[in-house]
Structures are given as C-alpha cells and as structure tokens.
Design a protein around this ligand. Structure first.
Ligand SMILES: [Mg+2]
Length: 237
C-alpha cells in the first residue's frame, strides 16, 4: 500500500454536531402538525420529501425547510395555516444561527494529522452555512484546503485530491457517514475511516466495506493519530 499524504475530514457529525439539531427541529415539526398526522407518518412523509428533493435542493438546512413545508401542505391536504409555515421557517432560521458544538478530540485530531499530511475539510451542504460553521469552529486555519461540494462521489474525491496536488490512492478520509465519507473514497482507491456518530441521517446509511484493508473504524477522533502512525509504519516497514 502507498504512503498517505492527504487526510480529508468530513465536517457535520465528524468535527461538530449537526444531526442532533435536525432531529430537534423535526420534533418541533411533528408537534406543529400533531392535529393532522401521527409522528411516525410525518417522519416517513418528510423523509420521502427529502429524498425526492435532494437532486434539486442538495444537502442542507434550506432544502430541509422546503421539504418540511412541502410535507405540511401534503399531510394537511393544503389546509396548513400560514402561521405553521412561518413557524417552520423560523425553526430553519434558528438552525442556521445555532452555535457550533465541536465533537470530542476534533481540534487535536486535525492538528495531529496536519503535522505530516496535507489536511482538507471536505463537506457537502449549503455553502453559506458550512462557511459560517467553519469560521465559528475556529478550525479553519488548521486546514490546507476547504472543499464544499454538492455530493461526495468517488469522482468528486478524485478531483478534490488532484486539485490539491494529491492522489486518491494516497489519501485517507475520515467521517461519520459510510455512504458519503468512507465507501466512495475506498472506491476511488483511498482509505476510508469511519467514526460513527450515534445520530446519523437515514439517507447516509450504507453497508460497511468490512474486510477491505483500506477500511478502518474508530470509536472516536482521539484514535486517529495512532491509526496514521500505524499506517505509516505499515507502508514504510
Ligand atoms: Mg457527516
């Protein structure tokens, strides 16, 4: 195996909390429409709307708000009051203003990786919102490059690593989503490191590529520095 020169970090639910805020807003949404539909039905219709809209709205809070409004119209058969729509929009604005909460070891893991590697932040979602969160996190200066992309495919990763003078087969990507952060990087020839987060969006689930020598799983970011050392020894020894 080749030596790793680039380490990519996912942002949401890898470096800082994200999904928890979506779940809180979803709970508010269910409450707002309690007179019209059962929670399970609302969750199911909302997830269907998000899935349907992903190709047009992309990932992020704005698309989520539009999907909530669409679901509200659907489950009330067009009778939803403007007051409820206004509350959904206010909940979305609250999410966009929510202070960042770093996850354990986030800063130390990026700092440690940056000693011997080029470190990139690779995230998808609303451009403005991700820029805001990165600025607020204080981690921005640690990264050699930041990539906010519309989707994380093997092709997207190949291009990103090339753009920064690297190669996918000499890259390692760390993230909470098997579907977005781990599987596509392994397909592109790199290493994928899964750091599970208790709360992960239903549309981010994928089968773990267990048995692949380039697949790694860590309990938390605190173990990343050790993995990088072990992989370095493995390639030089
Ligand atoms: Mg994530």
């Amino acid at each position: 195996m080749r030596e790793i020169t680039t380490v990519g970090f996912d942002a949401d639910d890898t470096l800082w909390q994200n999904e928890a805020f979506f779940r809180l807003t979803q709970a508010q949404f269910v409450e707002l429409l309690a007179d019209y539909a059962e929670p399970a039905h609302l969750h199911e219709r909302l997830l269907a709307a998000e899935r349907r809209n992903l190709g047009q709205y992309g990932f992020g809070i704005k698309g989520f708000v539009l999907s909530m409004i669409e679901t509200a119209i659907e489950v009330t058969q067009g009778r939803v009051e403007a007051r409820v729509i206004a509350e959904i929009m206010a909940a979305g604005r609250d999410m966009l203003a929510h202070p960042i909460e770093l996850l354990p070891h986030a800063r130390a893991a990026v700092e440690a990786a940056a000693v011997d590697h080029q470190v990139l932040l690779i995230t998808k979602g609303d451009l403005l919102d991700q820029e805001r969160k990165l600025a607020q996190s204080g981690l921005g200066p640690l990264f050699h490059g930041v990539e906010i992309v519309s989707d994380k495919t093997p092709e997207a990763y190949v291009k990103i690593f090339e753009r920064h003078g690297g190669r996918a087969d000499r890259a390692l990507m760390v993230g909470n989503s098997l579907k977005s952060d781990v599987v596509p990087v392994i397909v592109a020839g790199g290493h994928g490191v899964h750091v599970p987060h208790g709360e992960t969006w239903a549309l981010e689930h994928a089968e773990a590529p267990s048995g692949n020598p380039r697949f790694h799983e860590l309990a938390d970011l605190g173990a990343l520095a050790g993995l990088l050392v072990a992989l370095h020894i493995g390639t030089s020894g």
